[in-house]
Design a protein around this ligand. Structure first.
Ligand SMILES: NC(=O)c1ccc[n+]([C@@H]2O[C@H](COP(=O)([O-])OP(=O)(O)OC[C@H]3O[C@@H](n4cnc5c(N)ncnc54)[C@H](OP(=O)(O)O)[C@@H]3O)[C@@H](O)[C@H]2O)c1
Length: 351
């Protein structure tokens, strides 16, 4: 499959996030895809599963259901775009074989004791958790160079932590309770069809789900603590909206006295001054998930409402790119000492 600088495996290449990884990695200047993993789709070609990728030379490659030793024999870098639990089952062997792993599932984002309550299983490899780097490059990038295991953040936590942590760290909002309203398009649920994700169930529907126990809740709390040094209780209400891509989070925090929209905006603008994938909107301009579609960009906006003493922080991103595959590649770039932007789109598709 080409002579590459770094041999790369994508496990879960037949899935939604895996398909986006393949599409982006195929034009990455330093990575060469040498293994495409799948389970039920094993034996099919990439183009059979993802017809939009047929033009790639990889289009005729067969998806494989090999064991970690077979993956490690050909790949130095492995992206695990697998369901929760399935990643944790293969990552220990991949790490033992010397692979650098970027995990897109939630299997390495929390402390071991959180897994039974929030993911429904005891963690099978708790000894790996202390070394897993939570990969939020804009705020927690210092541990990424040389990291062997990167926990790629969830789409909702990426939006919430990038928007709120600088304001918490600067004391412009109070720690304590943060209420988060989240909205996601249907691709956030993966490719497996279910009765509740069918067109007849989703057309015209806007509905909450997994209230109040969505697994991204403790991840937001942990990410905010890591990135701001402050402890906050997060109340998270996710909603499904009838679009394909896009995440929007609206976070409500207690405003510190005397703080204006301009102060909040200036704080975010300063925090992300040189960051290529964060667009902080001027006071009064509203974010729009549609503008982020197809890019690794997150849009952020912060508004003060002095009447109620509330700071409203809004983030918007493409769940499959900055919320998954794009951020995973950004993390891999930094882990391996490559330019952060390498192979990543900063221009959206619009309208
Ligand atoms: N979709 C998003 O917006 C998004 C955003 C952030 C993070 N993530 C995370 O990324 C991961 C993948 O999500 P997705 O949306 O791409 O899901 P998906 O479309 O359902 O894809 C899952 C992939 O995993 C493979 N797979 C399932 N069980 C497996 C097993 N036991 N061993 C090996 N391969 C297995 C599937 O292969 P077959 O289909 O061939 O069986 C498929 O390729 C999840 O952990 C998800 O939470 C997703």
């Amino acid at each position: 499959m080409g002579d590459a600088t770094v041999g790369v495996a994508v496990l879960g290449a037949s899935g939604s996030a895996g398909g986006e990884l393949v599409r982006l990695l195929a034009v990455h200047p330093s990575f060469d895809i040498c293994y495409l993993g799948a389970q039920r789709a094993a034996g099919e070609t990439l183009a059979q599963v993802h017809p939009h990728l047929e033009a790639l030379s990889l289009g005729t490659e067969l998806l494989r259901d090999g064991d970690p030793a077979q993956v490690a024999a050909v790949a130095e870098l492995v992206f695990t775009a697998l369901p929760h639990g399935a990643s944790a089952a293969v990552v220990p062997a991949l790490r033992a074989a010397g692979c650098t792993v970027v995990d897109l599932a939630g299997d390495f984002r929390l402390a071991a004791e959180d897994y039974p309550a929030w993911y429904g299983f005891p963690h099978p490899a708790p000894d790996l958790l202390p070394d897993a780097v939570y990969g939020l490059p804009e705020l927690l990038g210092e541990r990424l160079p040389g990291a062997g295991l990167v926990a790629n953040p969830g789409c909702y936590p990426t939006s919430v932590v990038l928007g709120c942590a600088p304001l918490l760290a600067a004391g412009l909002v109070e720690p304590g309770r943060i209420c988060v309203d989240g909205k996601t398009g249907l691709s956030g649920a993966g490719r497996e069809p279910t009765p509740s994700s069918m067109y007849v169930a989703t057309e015209g529907s806007i509905r909450p789900y997994r209230l109040p126990r969505h697994q991204h809740t403790p991840e937001m709390e942990r990410g905010l603590q890591l990135a701001s040094g402050h402890t906050a209780d997060v109340l998270f209400a996710p909603h499904l909206v009838p679009t394909v891509r896009g995440v929007v989070t609206t976070s409500y925090l207690t405003l510190a006295p005397g703080i204006t929209s301009e102060t909040l905006t200036a704080c975010l603008a300063e925090a992300y001054r040189d960051r290529p994938f964060v667009r902080v909107l001027p006071a009064g301009e509203m974010v729009d998930a549609k503008r982020t579609r197809g890019s690794n960009v997150i849009e952020l906006q912060a508004v003060a409402d002095p009447r109620t003493g509330t700071a409203v922080v809004v983030g918007a991103l493409d769940n499959l790119i900055k919320g998954a595959a794009g951020q995973a590649i950004q993390n891999a770039n930094l882990a391996l000492g490559l330019p952060e932007t390498s192979g990543l789109p900063s221009l959206g598709v619009y309208p």
